[in-house]
Design a protein around this ligand. Structure first.
Ligand code: GTP
Ligand code: MG
Length: 195
């Protein structure tokens, strides 16, 4: 699937702007700065098809990418702290929640968790929203390259412990580094199974 062409389709700021729900879709959600856009770049093998930056709140629209002819990859604005004006942040948070609870072709939401920090209260809020909307979600731990030896099992245990309470959680975790490439092939293979 990832051997085919990848293109930026559009950035959306309102539900009315969403493309037709005519392809399988997966999205990448997570706190601001967790590494959503970087992960899309790593998965697609394109350095900057999604705009990444060190400023939390970089992605402010719902960005759609076409993957071959069968899938959409969706880069979402972050939740939690963002370096942007409050009314703007509130508007994109509202849109994010509407999207996550109302997209019929959404096959799975990947919820990204910074491997150094584990699951926070804001992550659980989003997970509860996904539970109530019956959207299967899977946690992807990011920035694994920043972990010290011995910290891996600790964060994996914390995440596993929290996911038990979430009926929509897919139990398999993926530990990734967009910087070093760890876990990227695994995640590509998972997306390819979601038809
Ligand atoms: P928003 O769009 O603001 O919500 O952020 P985002 O989740 O899209 O994060 P983004 O991909 O823009 O990355 C945020 C910062 O983390 C950037 O400085 C990236 O270079 C860095 N980063 C992302 N992935 C990794 C990784 O695997 N390892 C390391 N060390 N840094 C990473
Ligand atoms: Mg982003």
């Amino acid at each position: 699937l990832f051997a085919g062409p990848v293109d930026f389709l559009k950035g959306v700021v309102a539900m009315s702007g969403l493309p037709a729900a005519d392809r399988a879709e997966v999205c990448f959600a997570g706190r601001s700065n967790v590494g959503k856009s970087s992960l899309i770049n790593a998965l697609t093998g394109r350095k900057a098809i999604a705009r990444a930056s060190n400023t939390p709140g970089r992605t402010q629209e719902i960005n759609f990418f076409t993957l071959g002819e069968s899938h959409y990859l969706v880069d979402l604005p972050g939740y939690g702290f963002a370096n942007a004006p409050l009314p703007k942040v509130e508007a994109w948070q509202r849109l994010l929640k509407q999207y996550l609870s109302g997209r019929p072709n959404l096959r799975r939401a990947f919820v990204l968790i910074d491997a150094r920090h584990g699951i926070k209260a804001v992550d659980e809020e989003i997970m509860s929203l996904l539970d109530s909307s019956a959207v299967t979600f899977q946690c992807v731990l990011t920035k694994a390259d920043k972990l010290k030896a011995g910290e891996r099992e600790k964060v994996l245990d914390q995440v596993r412990g929290k996911l038990v309470k979430h009926p929509a959680a897919f139990p398999e975790l993926v530990l990734t580094s967009s910087e070093k490439g760890e876990g990227i092939a695994t995640l590509r293979a998972i997306v390819a199974t979601l038809e």
